[in-house]
Design a protein around this ligand. Structure first.
Ligand code: ADP
Ligand code: ZN
Length: 828
């Protein structure tokens, strides 16, 4: 028998049925049938017979161990259906159960089926990805032993001296002195439910385990073992020393690898120790908020599916509206899920929800496996009213979902960039649809997808909050044309004269500032002005970025780094082609940090980007910023989202153009969103908010409209553009990315896929536009050559049909890596 790893057995161990010999078959007409999918991928499902011994314990969503294929090798599979009959005459038996109870609810199983189909990814892998790794491993569960005094002993306790005789021999039971001490202890310390946790008892009574065991053998005590989650205190203790458990690694065939996504796992991050509860001032909702709440609650009352776009400018009090609506479903004993972009899951957001609802489960990236498992169980038991978390919280196994909120619904980070490449917002909409409930999509800059859905899809509607709370004005935005700065000889200055002055004035007034530069590292690239040489990555088709080089936490010069494959190399002394001097182009946050702290003496500036901090650090930085211990946050888009600090009166956008140069049809939309988001961080408590926006392209619509806070104007223009170009949301798209170390292989394989796509398109009356194969925007990545094909259609149906036909063989049989990205967000 093949050895089963501990993980596969589950910690309960397989429940072994007697008669079950591996590979033994039964007539399907005489069997109870279960349909399963392999946990490690493959698009097929398989029918098995359920042995009678297991029938009562087997449920949908549970994992089982099955003999698989001709060689009957062991395979882990998920139960997805109990069909009445099978097309096969004979079936093998499943071997054993891995989980004692289902890992997901039937509702989530349905959602997983949809994801598998829509995002073109094997169901088993979707299920493997939905259930957190910590839950599959039952992280932290411990075996606790309890002892229970028997009738006989209880009788003796209540005065029946005859009770201590052996039932069979009639002789008096002989008890040692130590045993007597133990019995005395039990007698004088009765427990409420007549049971004692063995470890605690040993400690309290000062009697050893063997003493209790002997009493057990005499029939005075019973022993029971239970698998339990440790107490909260114990988990807190363990959290410091929690080791990462090993992972089931799926063999994905031709699908690209899918690390099980929990959140970015970072188990050694300290839980945010310094979140101090801080009661918020009580205030009345304003008229706009009241109207919004009334309109949404009306939808909630109506029952049935409703998607409401809550379009509210930054600082309009959207979160208060969410909370009022959540209150409504919590009052009905239902649960609400609140999705926020990972980086917006700040201690402030957390605190607001915890203070309001108490039983809140916050799923953030700093959680250990044990904590995540504990939270998951509590959620499944309905013990959390509100679940707040990033993308994957959409899979929270709540028993009675009443409402979903997706905050900042336009955020690209809701789309997972590893398979299954699902969009958290869209999965949330689907889940709300399946559960017949309301979903709130909140944003100051709604995605064009959501805007057009509101115009044309049933069940979608829009509610607006056009003003900031307390009648605060939107912050004034001043555009600085960097071309002019260059003319005035400030080419090397990261701050324009105006921004520098504003920053000095802001700090002098005891206020705080946020500076955005959406480019990490020292600078974008190393360039030779005399021969145009650019230093590129040897593994990828991108230029290397210049970064600080650290040794033992000391900055010791610079190095070159690839942001994709993490290749590093030394900065050459001169151009390797013409030996002239190289210059750096495109300053990043490290460069800005050096220059600004040089220029403004004594400034307490904190750089915030993915190089400078882990998620846990970020939360602590925000706490310090909130307490006024930091003057300036300088960072990438990490600091643009969701922060609500009343003392921030200045926002500086050091270069508004970084996103515009990206070859992506959404770059204009993204630029607008980013400017609007970061601008919204200031002037949230009084009317001193001011934004300085530095750009080389002051006339670019995204920039000009954002400076005027004219979202509707921008959206109108951008919709026109998309319509003309026939791009989403006016069409639907899927990207097929193929890659291989050998250029010929990937080219040939991509041509084959193109031919199959053409045939399919033919059958579908040419409803689709197919482009490619062509080299991807990054044509080589981590030594793999990459080609892409794009399929586009006016609606989702032809794309879905095509992909499901493509799955019947073509994807599995392709001789190179192939990734399907439906509704792609990242076009690189
Ligand atoms: P948004 O998410 O729309 O940017 P928030 O919900 O974060 O805005 O609200 C911004 C700030 O205004 C928060 O500190 C919140 O407590 C406060 N606030 C919300 N509603 C009101 C109100 N009606 N009156 C006064 N302050 C409010
Ligand atoms: Zn690289």
């Amino acid at each position: 028998m093949a050895k089963i790893s501990k993980v596969e057995q589950g910690l309960f161990g397989p429940i072994e049925p007697d008669k079950n010999v591996r590979g033994q078959t039964v007539l399907s007409s005489e069997a109870r049938i279960v349909r399963v999918v392999r946990a490690d991928g493959g698009d097929n499902s398989y029918d098995y017979a359920v042995p009678e011994e297991l029938a009562d314990d087997l449920d949908l969503g549970q994992r089982v161990q099955v003999p698989f294929g001709k060689g009957n090798r062991w395979q882990v599979a998920f139960c997805i259906e109990f069909p009445d009959s099978s097309q096969f005459e004979k079936l093998k038996y499943i071997h054993s159960l891995i989980d004692d109870s289902p890992l997901i609810t039937e509702e989530l199983l349905e959602l997983a089926k949809w994801i598998s189909q829509y995002y073109c990814y094997p169901l088993g892998l979707v299920l493997s990805a939905i259930v957190p790794a910590a839950v599959k491993k039952q992280a932290g569960m411990v075996n606790n032993q309890y002892i229970i005094p028997t009738e006989k002993l209880l009788n003796w306790f209540s005065g029946d001296a005859e009770a201590l005789t052996d039932g069979e021999t009639g002789k008096k039971i002989r008890i040692s002195a130590k045993g007597k001490r133990a019995l005395e202890y039990l007698k004088s310390n009765p427990s409420e439910n007549n049971e004692y946790k063995l470890n605690q008892l040993v400690h309290a009574s000062n009697c050893s385990k063997p003493v209790f065991r002997t009493l057990g053998k005499c029939g005075l005590l019973e022993f029971v073992t239970r698998r339990e989650m440790p107490s909260d205190e114990l988990i807190n203790l363990q959290e410091q020393s929690d080791e990462e458990l090993d992972e089931l690694t799926p063999q994905n065939g031709n699908y690209d690898s899918s690390p099980i996504f929990d959140f970015d796992d970072d188990a050694d991050v300290e839980p945010d120790a310094d979140v101090e509860p801080d009661a918020e001032p009580a205030f009345q909702l304003n008229e706009d908020q009241k109207n919004a709440v009334a309109a949404i609650c009306d939808k909630i009352d109506n029952s049935g599916f409703n998607a409401v776009l809550l379009h509210g400018v930054t600082g309009s009090g959207k979160t208060e509206v969410y909370m009022e609506c959540i209150q409504k479903v919590v009052d009905r004993d239902q649960q609400a899920i609140v999705l926020v972009p990972e980086i917006a899951l700040t201690p402030q957001t957390e605190r607001r929800f915890i203070e309001r609802f108490g039983n809140v489960s916050v799923l953030h990236s700093g959680m250990t496996g044990v904590r995540r498992h504990q939270q998951w169980r509590q959620i499944a038991e309905g013990k959390a009213n509100v679940i707040v978390g990033a993308r994957s919280a959409v899979f929270a196994p709540v028993p009675n979902l009443g409402l979903i909120v997706v905050d900042e619904e336009h955020e690209g980070s809701y789309k997972q960039d590893q398979s299954p490449r699902y969009h958290g917002r869209d999965v949330a909409i689907k889940r709300a649809h399946q559960s017949n409930i309301t979903i709130i999509l909140g944003s100051a800059t709604p995605s064009l997808e959501t805007l057009t859905n509101c115009e044309r899809r049933n069940g979608f509607s829009c509610v607006t909050l056009p003003r900031r709370v307390k009648d605060l004005p939107m912050p004034k935005v001043q555009i600085i044309d960097l071309k002019e700065e260059f003319k005035q000889g400030r080419r090397d200055n990261i701050l324009s004269k105006r921004l520098e002055n504003e920053l000095r004035a802001c700090i002098a007034a005891g206020k705080q500032a946020i500076l955005l530069l959406n480019r990490r590292g020292h600078s974008n690239l190393l360039y030779c002005p005399s021969c145009q040489y650019v230093h590129n990555c040897p593994n990828c088709d991108v230029s290397l970025s210049v970064h600080r080089r650290k040794s033992a936490d000391q900055v010791v010069g610079r190095m070159l780094l690839c942001h994709h494959c993490l290749h590093t190399t030394k900065v050459p002394d001169c151009c390797p082609v013409c030996q002239k001097k190289l210059i750096t182009i495109g300053p990043g946050t490290q460069y800005a940090e050096d220059q600004i702290t040089d220029q403004l003496n004594g400034l307490r500036l904190q750089r915030v980007d993915s190089d400078s901090m882990k998620p846990g650090d970020y939360r602590q930085v925000l706490n310090k910023f909130g307490k006024g211990e930091i003057d300036v946050l300088l960072g990438t888009q990490m600091i643009a989202k969701g922060l609500d600090f009343p003392n921030v009166s200045l926002v500086g956008i050091l270069n508004a153009d970084t996103a515009l140069s990206v070859p992506d049809y959404r770059s204009s939309e993204r630029t607008y969103q980013l400017i609007s988001q970061v601008a919204g961080r200031c002037g949230r408590a009084d009317n001193t908010g001011r934004v300085i926006l530095q750009t080389f392209l002051p006339d670019e619509p995204a920039i000009a409209y954002a400076a005027r806070h004219d979202f509707n104007g921008f959206a109108r223009l951008e919709k026109q553009n998309r319509k003309q170009l026939d791009m989403p949301p006016y069409s639907r798209m899927a990207r097929i990315i193929m890659s291989d170390p050998l250029l010929q292989t990937v080219e040939a394989e991509a041509q084959k896929i193109r031919m199959i796509l053409d045939q399919i398109n033919n059958q579908l009356q040419n409803k689709m536009e197919i482009r490619g194969p062509m080299p991807a925007a990054i044509a080589r990545l981590e030594k793999y050559h990459r080609f892409e094909l794009i399929i586009k259609a006016s609606g989702p149906a032809p794309i879905q049909q095509t992909l499901s036909m493509l799955r019947q063989g073509a994807i599995e049989n392709t001789a190179c890596r192939i990734v399907v990205d439906v509704d792609p967000i990242n076009m690189m």
